[in-house]
Design a protein around this ligand. Structure first.
Ligand SMILES: Cc1ncc(COP(=O)(O)O)c(C=O)c1O
Length: 451
C-alpha cells in the first residue's frame, strides 16, 4: 500500500558508509547489543499504518472500525499501541482473546474468527461480552446457541459467507473459494441466517467475508463486495433479516520489494515499478461505495497492512560457501523465525546493515535449519557478504514471530520496539535451557555448560 509506505521507518543513513536505521536507531548497534536473530519494530510505522487505514475511512464519514487481526503479530506491547490508538481486535483463539483484553482492547470492538472454536473458547468469549463471533457453519451456530443458553447469555453472531472469489494470492492464503474450508456458500448462507435468527440465544448482528491475504489486485475485492452487498440486500427484502454491520475482513497486500533503497543496493530484478500493489485509498475508493449501498456499519480486519513493514528481522552471516552451481550465504536465522519464504515462496527484501561499494553476487541466503526449504532468498543479487556481516530481512512484522517455532530446539528470538531515538526490549530471547528443559539440564548435571 504505497500511501502507508510514504514515510519508511527503515532507511539508510546519509553517511559515506551508509547504515540501516529504524527511525533514529542504528540497527547494527541493536544487533551488537541484543544479538541476532532479532526482530526490530518501529512504533511510528505501526501507528502510521493504522491511521492511514482509519483516517481514510473516517474521511468517508462512514461508521466503521478497524479491527486489527492479532494472528499477524500478537506481541502485547504492539497491541497496547494499537488499543491506545482506538483499534479493535480480531482474534482466533482463547490465547489471542486474553492477550487482546490484557492489552486494553475494548470488548465491544473484539471479533472472534476461526473454523474450529472450542466450547471453552466460546464460553470465554461470551463471558467477555465480545462484539461478535464470526461463525463458519450451521453446526457452530447451534453450538454457540447451546452454550449461550446454558449460561443465560445471548451471543452476537456474524455469519461468514464464502463468495467463491479467487483472491489471486498464493493458494495457501486464499480463503474465499468453495474448495477452501472457510465460511458458508452463498447458496446456503440464507438458510444459515434464517436458522440463526430463530435461535433464542443468538442475536444476528452481521455478515463477514474475508477472501484471503496479500491480495494485490482490486478485482477480487470488488467481486466479493458486490456479491456480499447483493446478498445482504436480498436477505433484508426476501427474508426480513436486518443486520447492523458488514465485516469485510482483511487481506490488503503490501509492498515486499524495494522497501529500502540505496544506489549501492543491487536493482530488484522486477525493476523499480515491478510490483503493483493498490494503495489504501485505491482499495477504500473501490470497495467502500459498493459496501455503502447496504447502509451498514463497516468493519475491516487488516493484519499484514498494519504490522508487516514495521519490522526488520536482523541476522548475522555465519558462513559463506559455493559449489559448482551456487553460492550460499548461511545466516543465523531461517524458517524458525520467518517461515513465509518456505511456506508460500514469499519474497522478502534482504539488505546489509552496513553498505559498502563493491562487487555484487547472486546468492541463496539460507538459514541453519536442517530443511532444504529453509531459505530466505533464492538467486538474489546481493552486495558481497562475509562471515560476521549483519543483514536485515525486511517486512517481517506480520506472520513472522507468530509463526515462529522451536524446530531444531532453537530458542525463539528477542523483540525490540523502537520509538524515535529510544528503544526497549519487548520480549526476551528464549534461552537454550527453556527449549531443552531446565529440569532435564539440571538433572543431567549439565547446568554449568549453559550458565
Ligand atoms: C478472517 C481473517 N481476517 C483477517 C485476516 C488478516 O489478514 P491480513 O493479514 O492479510 O490482513 C485473516 C488472515 O488470514 C483472516 O483469516
Amino acid at each position: 500500500m504505497t500511501d502507508v509506505l510514504d514515510q519508511q521507518a527503515f532507511r539508510y543513513s546519509n553517511d559515506e558508509q551508509p547504515s540501516l536505521l529504524c527511525e533514529e536507531v542504528t540497527l547494527s548497534d541493536l544487533a551488537r547489543e541484543f544479538g541476532t536473530p532479532l526482530y526490530v519494530y518501529s512504533k511510528r510505522q505501526i501507528v502510521q499504518n493504522f491511521h492511514s487505514f482509519d483516517e481514510t475511512l473516517k474521511s468517508s464519514g462512514k461508521e466503521h472500525y478497524v479491527s486489527y487481526a492479532l494472528k499477524a503479530n500478537s506481541n502485547i506491547e504492539l497491541l497496547k499501541i494499537l488499543a491506545e490508538e482506538g483499534a479493535g481486535a480480531d482474534v482466533v483463539s482463547a490465547g489471542e482473546l486474553l492477550v487482546a483484553l490484557a492489552a486494553g482492547f475494548t470488548p465491544e470492538k473484539i471479533t472472534f474468527d476461526g473454523t474450529g472454536k472450542t466450547d471453552a473458547e466460546i464460553e470465554l468469549a461470551l463471558k467477555a461480552n465480545i462484539h461478535a463471533f464470526n461463525v463458519e457453519s450451521l453446526e457452530e451456530l447451534s453450538v454457540i446457541n447451546g452454550i449461550a443458553e446454558k449460561f443465560g447469555l445471548r451471543a452476537k453472531v456474524s455469519i461468514r459467507v464464502n463468495p467463491d472469489v479467487d483472491a489471486k494470492s498464493h493458494p495457501y492464503i486464499s480463503t474465499g473459494l468453495k474448495e477452501n474450508k472457510f465460511g458458508i456458500d452463498m447458496e446456503n448462507a440464507r438458510e444459515a441466517f434464517i436458522y440463526a435468527s430463530k435461535q433464542p440465544a443468538l442475536e444476528v448482528v452481521g455478515i463477514h467475508v474475508h477472501i484471503g491475504s496479500q491480495i494485490t489486485s482490486l478485482d477480487p475485492f470488488i467481486k466479493a463486495a458486490r456479491s456480499t452487498v447483493k446478498f445482504v440486500n436480498s436477505l433484508r427484502v426476501k427474508s426480513g433479516i436486518i443486520l447492523e454491520h458488514l465485516n469485510f475482513g482483511g487481506g490488503q497486500g503490501i509492498h515486499y520489494r524495494n522497501v529500502v533503497r540505496h544506489p549501492l543496493l543491487p536493482k530488484d530484478e522486477l525493476g523499480e515499478e515491478g510490483e503493483y500493489v493498490p494503495s489504501l485509498s485505491e482499495f477504500v475508493g473501490a470497495v467502500l461505495p459498493i459496501l455503502d449501498q447496504t447502509g451498514l456499519k463497516i468493519i475491516f480486519e487488516p493484519g499484514r497492512a498494519i504490522v508487516a513493514n514495521a519490522c526488520a528481522l536482523l541476522a548475522t552471516v555465519l558462513y559463506t560457501k559455493a559449489n559448482s552451481k551456487k553460492k550460499f550465504v548461511i545466516a543465523d536465522t531461517g524458517m524458525t523465525e520467518l517461515i513465509r519464504p518456505c511456506l508460500y515462496e514469499a519474497y522478502h527484501q534482504v539488505a546489509p546493515l552496513e553498505l559498502t561499494a563493491g562487487a555484487t553476487q547472486k546468492v541463496d541466503i539460507v538459514g541453519p535449519i536442517c530443511e532444504t526449504s529453509d531459505f530466505l532468498a533464492q538467486s538474489r543479487e546481493m552486495p558481497t557478504l562475509k562471515r560476521g556481516d549483519s543483514i536485515a530481512i525486511l517486512c517481517a512484522g506480520a506472520y513472522g514471530y507468530t509463526l515462529a517455532s522451536n524446530y531444531n530446539l532453537r530458542p525463539r528470538a528477542a523483540e525490540i520496539l523502537v520509538d524515535g531515538a529510544e528503544y526497549r526490549l519487548i520480549r526476551e530471547r528464549e534461552r537454550v535451557e527453556d527449549v531443552a528443559g531446565v529440569a532435564r539440564i539440571e538433572n543431567a548435571g549439565l547446568h554449568a555448560l549453559v550458565s
